[in-house]
Ligand binder design. Structure first.
Ligand code: F0G
Length: 448
């Protein structure tokens, strides 16, 4: 059921087809290089792109900009305690700031960090400490057709194989990302979180939850995990997060704000180390690179994120979008995640090899045909892995309506009809850091 009406609107425009063609070429066939004015429906990310509520805007006006001891920070501490159950908070400018603060405090050169799947900035931050990021997804994670309910889970079997290989002493950090963004946003069960807690105890590692989409995950837990069908979402979220030693959070997702993030922990010694690093890289630990007003809005957003009406509106909108694409014949990854619909470009374009970047070809076609912007998460974003050629159509929170999704489905249908004529791409530039090349690399259509 719809849970919102609009109080403010933003004009959007669909550029003419020949203009879209020129925009694509000028952007080097990399949609990160497009001007947002040239995008009609922007599904590049759900990160920081949502609409704030009237209560958040009200909090913004009352934000306290004091350098130290800001009242807005006290509001954030209260919200983190009530919603997530942690007593110490280090605010940061966004999630990757929190990753830098926390992983810099926990990792040294030659360590290994385990994660159900490292998100790209997580991988880069672990590598940046000289440590080795190793993914431990369950095998169903990379099967776009499996209907298993918790394909985002952390594989203890894989993790134990790494322990056998490198030894427990080498692994000071175990991360669980909920939902598992880089594995098609799949959900993680509370039972799996409990097992990871036990595993971290066994090897004497710190257990961190990347909580970016913790509320969406809790919604899936209630839907799919027998033990929790009658539980309140807020209680599920608190229980799941409570197994961790620390959280890294991007407020741009389930904090329902446009900027912000934090580290949270009950471990006093770790809190002190994080505060020192935060002063170096983010700001004084009662604002951490955020404006006080943004801290205030995030405190309200965290509470809204675990409301039933919000989550039902949110998750059902994404589910319906996925169902419409599937009904139109597009290869949709199942089950649909909480924040995005993932398309399997490998299945859509069987005539293209991974080296021809079928996912990026699909992203470009969606823009060419309908001014829609998605993002590739296959061979272009993740060189040298054997992931499926996924394209993510991420849904900003509380932003688009049914008509926008109808337009995207019609656009995808047009691409489906011309699928055999779509050609691949090749790299025209090669940025220095391969982990994040997809943000800046340019491409060109393959000449053959
Ligand atoms: N962890 C996960 C699981 C994420 O999805 C992201 C961001 C981050 C950490 C970093 O947070 O952007 O606030 O610095 N994901 C965005 C996305 C960018 O599009 O999926 P950030």
């Amino acid at each position: 059921m719809v849970a919102y009406k609009s109080k403010m609107v933003e004009r959007i425009r669909l550029p003419a087809r020949d203009q879209r063609e020129r925009n694509l070429e000028a952007a080097g066939y990399n949609l990160f290089n497009l001007s947002s004015d040239d995008v009609f429906v922007d599904l590049l990310t759900d990160s920081g792109t949502g609409a704030m509520s009237d209560a958040q805007w009200a909090a913004l006006i009352r934000g306290d900009e004091s350098y130290a001891g800001s009242r807005s920070f006290a509001e954030l501490e209260d919200a983190v305690m009530d919603v997530m159950g942690f007593s110490n908070v280090v605010p940061t400018h966004q999630g990757r700031g929190a990753e830098n603060v926390l992983y810099g405090a926990l990792l040294s050169a030659d360590d290994v960090a385990l994660n159900n799947t490292h998100f790209d900035t997580t991988r880069a931050h672990v590598s940046n400490q000289g440590a080795d990021p190793v993914d431990c997804p369950v095998s169903a994670a990379h099967d776009p057709d499996s209907e298993e309910p918790f394909k985002g889970n952390f594989s203890l079997e894989r993790a134990r194989a790494v322990v056998d290989e490198v030894g427990a002493d080498q692994i000071p950090l175990v991360i669980q990302t909920i939902t598992n963004n880089s594995a098609a946003g799949q959900a993680v069960s509370v039972e799996n979180t409990r097992r990871v807690r036990e595993f971290a105890n066994e090897i004497d590692a710190t257990f961190v939850i990347d909580a970016c989409r913790f509320a969406e995950n809790a919604y899936f837990v209630r839907q799919r995990e027998d033990e929790f069908t009658e539980a309140a979402i807020a209680d599920i979220a608190r229980e799941q997060l409570g197994y961790a030693d620390a959280l890294v959070m991007s407020g741009k997702k389930d904090g329902l704000v446009n900027a912000g993030g934090f580290v949270a922990t009950d471990d006093g010694a770790l809190f002190d180390r994080c505060k020192q690093r935060a002063i170096l890289y983010e700001g004084f630990p009662t604002y951490g690179g955020m404006a006080g007003r943004d801290v205030a809005a995030m405190a309200v957003g965290l509470r809204e994120a675990v409301e039933d009406a919000y989550l039902e509106d949110r998750i059902e909108q994404v589910r319906e979008f996925g169902a419409r694409l599937a009904a139109a014949g597009l290869p949709v990854y199942t089950p649909t995640s909480g924040h995005a619909v993932y398309l399997d470009a490998g299945a859509l374009f069987p005539h293209l090899d991974p080296g021809e970047f079928p996912g990026q070809a699909l992203v470009c076609e969606l823009y060419r045909e309908g001014g829609v912007r998605g993002v590739e998460l296959g061979s272009f974003a993740f060189p040298d892995t054997d992931r499926p050629e996924l394209v993510r159509l991420a849904v900003p929170r509380r932003t688009y309506h049914r008509e926008h999704f109808e337009h995207v489905v019609e656009t995808a249908e047009t691409v489906l009809e011309k699928r055999e004529t779509v050609s691949g791409l090749e790299l025209a530039s090669d940025p220095e850091m391969p982990e994040i090349r997809h943000f800046t690399a340019e491409l060109e259509p393959r000449s053959s």
